[in-house]
Design a protein around this ligand. Structure first.
Ligand code: GLN
Length: 205
């Protein structure tokens, strides 16, 4: 994005204490990306148990394996705490697995796959098929003037969304980023690129 350009969501009020759910997956990359994106003081917390969410003003659910992490979120009570966190109106962003965990419904999941149900969407897991496990391509994002590099790793897509949900990105006719209020889900992984714009958008929510 050219210097000085501002996206529609960018505000002068930035989140200052952000948690990253650190049970499994690529949470360390989110922590680095948040630090790189922050304009001012930012505390980043690895969230593993419910108490770790205390005092946070935003939380990220990273990529990983949604069945495994779902089980652990349920076991340690962190899932319930995340549902309360979202209900309090504080920002939440899920990348890939994170979006699957936030979704209301999951296609191709385990029959009783655990989810938070805080994003009114149905996601289809591993939607790009076995042949295309992983790929990268440019993806346009609503609110950003230039496309981002979308890194897709056994990525889900959104196949249904409710009335309160705004589509932020489509790639080859598939929905790959959504926003419902200050909850965001992306199929791809901005934390695996050197582009801080998405993390900056999140910090500006
Ligand atoms: N396919 C994984 C799942 O269903 C998600 C992959 C990812 O987060 N990169 O949990």
């Amino acid at each position: 994005m050219p210097v000085g350009a501002k996206s529609a969501w960018y505000t002068v009020f930035m989140l200052s204490r952000v948690g990253v759910v650190a049970v499994q997956g690529d949470y360390e990359r989110h922590i680095l990306a948040l630090r790189a994106a922050a304009d001012g003081p930012l505390e980043v917390v690895e969230a593993r148990v419910p108490e770790h969410l205390d005092g946070l003003d935003g939380v990220i659910l990273p990529g990983g394996e949604s069945t495994t992490v779902g089980l652990l979120l349920r076991r340690y009570g962190l899932g319930e705490a995340l549902v309360e966190f979202a209900a309090s109106g504080r920002p939440m962003w899920g990348t890939c697995m994170g979006m699957i965990l936030m979704a209301k419904d999951i296609e191709r999941g385990r029959p009783d796959q655990y989810r938070l149900g805080v994003l009114d969407v149905t996601v289809r897991r591993n939607a790009f098929g076995a042949q295309v496990h992983s790929f990268e391509d440019e993806v346009p994002v609503r609110g950003l003037s230039e496309p981002v590099l979308g890194v897709f790793i056994r990525a889900p897509v959104v196949v249904r969304y409710g009335p309160g949900v705004e589509v932020l990105s489509e790639y080859e006719g598939q929905i790959v980023a959504v926003r419902q209020g200050n909850r965001i889900g992306t199929s791809f992984h901005p934390e695996l690129t050197h582009d801080a714009r998405f993390h900056r958008l999140f910090l500006g929510l």
